[in-house]
Design a binder for this molecule. Sequence first.
Ligand code: SAM
Length: 292
Amino acid sequence: EYREIANPTHTREILARHGFTFKKSLGQNFLTEPNILRKIVQTAEIDEQVNVIEVGPGIGALTEYLARQAKQVLAFEIDDRLIPVLADTLQSYPNVTIKHQDVLQADLLKVTSETFKETLPIKVVANLPYYITTPIMMHFLESDLVVDEMVVMMQKEVADRISAKPGTKAYGSLSIAVQYYMEASLAFIVPKTVFVPQPNVDSAILKLTRRQKPAVEVIDEKAFFKLTKAAFQLRRKTLWNNLVNNYGKDEKTKQWLSQALAVTGIDPKRRGETLSLQEFADLSNQLVKTLH
Ligand code: SAM
């Protein structure tokens, strides 16, 4: 009788058989609750017409669920000790490819085109290593690879920041960087108790769906992201203070900034967190058009 990997007893057996010990520094908190895995796969709506990328398969708990539904699964795992474990636990899933690599170093477009035999929609589904949640999200968003959907587990606090709306405390440059490309919604909360070892923080599943086109029209994306980062640099400072701190305090720069603010009707005394994506886009476009 077959027993799935994500079952507390079976997980313990696998770990013992391979003499595996957790590395906190690699964010290793493994899922052992089948119900959560089922919910993740349901949220991601995976079928034979989808290729999946997973980050950090661990011993393969989630990978197994993905492999049963998807056409192919490509999983990046950095820990060399897990490579033989995965070869063992996932041996009956020929549609899984394990890539022994730091995902942040991976050329995603290249690896996926080498791995996936068919051109199908690509979804990223993962229980992320929390110490690099934001770099991983940005690595996917900034790569040339078109990801249609991401269903990713992360610390709840980061999920809140990514999905935050303007005017809220959690809203910041990360919210904007993600929401520019993707529609973000919090799918469900995951209790600490379903992991071994248990993490210190609460977790959440975030669902991100790629927009047909970016949320706002910007002339120069680099300039837009530079502006949004600058606006939130010191959260208690006004937009004006953050802008002159980042772009320069000389008269010419100040005039350039204040004119752009006037033209777009944005009060320099406002705080960055009150500006909508559209206002940031308007301001960025005006600054680019009048580059001094
Ligand atoms: N997917 C498994 C599960 O849900 O049980 C394990 C998830 S665990 C939170 C994160 C995994 O990411 C670990 O297996 C860890 O070794 C791996 N990892 C950490 N840093 C990584 C990196 N830079 N690139 C690829 N994998 C990484």
